[in-house]
Design a protein around this ligand. Structure first.
Ligand code: GLN
Length: 534
């Protein structure tokens, strides 16, 4: 099998959408029948993003095999429709940890341990291992060229070209072409300087992808080509499309011949694209006439990256329902919470950690339950539903999760010893895919249309079975279980109210929306029509 590598670096500033661009390249190559894998390298020192605040890092993406990873892996899974694993994301922390462990074990036979070659070898061996799984492996390097912590990684990817041959390695550089409003001009200088920095390290980019507010004209492409030493047809533009339209990006890049040029440079032949369904999905979005409003109720409402996969799953649900979805972020700590929820046609209560905002979250559950608004609770969202139901439907005053109140008289959500480890912070939760059996009388069963499902988890606390009898006697429905563990609850006498201990958002795909999200949007559409009639 051929083994080729594409390295994607970023220049000028961060937040250029390197993850989406990397995923788009992967999607285009996969659509030509090639076996593609994608990985992300994060140059920070944390072992994984699991312990980082969403303010710092955005969402933590959980893989099927239980790795807590960078949110870019979510893009890779969604664009390529393949499952990522622990191997697909590593950090500088993991590299140094493993080099130091080897040193303590005497594996370096008395040598002085240095960044080159010991750290760079460790980096390359991880990249090459993933490379064994595919014909083309795309490697996205986090951070921006010029960051001190990125240097060992750039050095390692420079060496890859020598190690495995020039014709097997390609460098793509994503940069910003800023628009200076006062001069009404797009500027290429930062890009020239960023490429200059790469050249100092010994990397010559083959392809430049330029992010900009406005399209680049031919002259500008010529200038980038001249100063950055890439052919003109290898200068691509990626103009801003807006969050709801990111699935158009692979098509925009394809129309400029990006995949053709990649295959030419790497000497790979492949069949033509199969993109019909994808194109249809992107096109159909222009024709939707209705819009439903879905409220995402949380405490990170100022930082949209914290709910990336949930937003993605909502966008995927537009296609089967032929409607636009407008997302409204509602702060659970707001004084006017109930008023803020009034315009919502559907409500999502997402996962989270820590007690801040908990009382507001419990109120959101009560609001959706009593006002019969379509509702999806996720992880902590489900736990809040159980607390709300215990307090407000069963009279168990001050019922709580023992995560937030160790002395609650009714720990309806509790820590189960042996289920996970609460003595350490990183990597100690119930993580990754677990099976769940659905009750045939549940809404969940109607949506999934099957009895046995598997979904991804990231939590420590569980539904406390001691309260099952009293809660179900008052109308809580246990809709899904994994052995004794309660995975889904619903409530009686409500058109559509589902809450899951797992995170369904991680398995939603653009052409295959997750059944619970698609169901929520369908019900929201019905709800909004009814509201309209009133
Ligand atoms: N904090 C809760 C727990 O650990 C929920 C976690 C989550 O929502 N991901 O069980």
């Amino acid at each position: 099998m051929i083994r080729k590598f594409i390295f994607v670096t970023g220049g000028v500033v961060s937040s250029l959408g390197k993850g989406i661009t990397t995923a788009s390249i992967g999607m285009l190559l996969k659509s030509r029948g090639l076996k593609v894998n994608v990985m992300k390298i994060d140059p920070y020192l944390n072992i994984d993003p699991g312990t980082m605040s969403p303010y710092q890092h955005g969402e933590v993406y959980v893989t099927e095999d239980g790795a807590e990873t960078d949110l870019d892996l979510g893009y890779y899974e969604r664009f390529l429709d393949i499952n990522m694993s622990k191997m697909n994301n590593f950090t500088a922390g993991q590299i140094y940890e493993s080099v130091l462990r080897k040193e303590r074990n005497g594996e370096y036979l008395g040598k002085t341990i240095q960044v080159i070659p010991h750290v760079t070898n460790e980096i390359k061996s991880r990249i090459k291992k993933v490379g064994e799984t595919a014909e083309i492996t795309i490697v996205e390097l986090g951070g921006t060229v010029g960051d001190i912590e990125g240097l060992p990684f750039l050095e390692a990817i420079r060496q890859m070209k020598i190690d495995i041959g020039r014709e097997n390695v390609l460098y793509v550089h994503l940069t910003l072409i800023p628009y200076i409003r006062a001069a009404e001009e797009l500027k290429t200088k930062p890009t020239q300087q960023s490429v200059g920095k790469l050249r100092e390290i010994g990397i010559e980019p083959d392809i430049i992808i330029a992010r900009s507010e406005k399209p680049l004209n031919d002259d500008l492409k010529g200038k980038i080509s001249l100063f950055c030493n890439v052919t003109k047809d290898a200068v691509m533009e990626e103009v801003d499309v807006g969050a709801g339209n990111i699935y158009a990006i692979p098509l925009i890049l394809k129309n400029q011949g990006l995949d053709e040029i990649i295959l030419k440079y790497l000497h790979v032949t492949s069949r033509k694209h199969e993109l019909k369904k994808w194109e249809d999905m992107v096109e159909s979005k222009k024709k939707y006439k209705t819009t439903v409003e879905i409220a995402i109720t949380g405490k990170y409402t100022g930082l949209k990256d914290a709910y990336k996969s949930i937003c993605a799953a909502l966008i995927h649900s537009e296609y089967p329902n032929k409607t636009n979805v407008k997302i409204k972020y509602v702060d659970v700590e707001s004084k006017s919470l109930n008023d803020d929820l009034k315009t919502a046609d559907g409500i999502i209560l997402p996962g989270g950690f820590g007690d801040r905002g908990i009382e507001g979250k419990i109120k959101v559950s009560q609001y959706a339950r009593e006002k019969k608004v379509p509702f999806l609770g996720i992880c902590l969202g489900m736990q809040c539903v159980v607390m709300d139901f215990a307090r407000n439907a069963c009279g168990l005053k001050n019922a709580n999760s023992s995560e937030f109140d160790k002395n609650t008289p009714y720990p309806v959500i509790d820590y189960l010893p042996g289920q996970c480890d609460d003595t350490q912070k990183g990597g100690t939760m119930r993580l990754g895919g677990y099976p769940c059996i659905l009750s045939k009388k549940s809404i969940a069963y109607t949506e999934y249309k099957k009895e046995k499902i598997s979904e991804r988890h990231r939590h420590r606390y569980e539904f406390n079975n001691k309260y099952k009898e009293i809660l179900t006697s008052k109308g809580l429905v246990i809709a899904g279980q994994n052995g004794d563990l309660v995975e889904i609850v619903e409530v009686k006498n409500h058109p559509w109210f589902v809450a899951t201990q797992f995170h369904p958002e991680f398995k939603s795909r653009p052409l295959n929306a997750h059944p619970l999200f698609a169901g929520l949007v369908r019900e929201a559409l019905i709800f909004s029509k009814k509201k309209g009639k009133k």
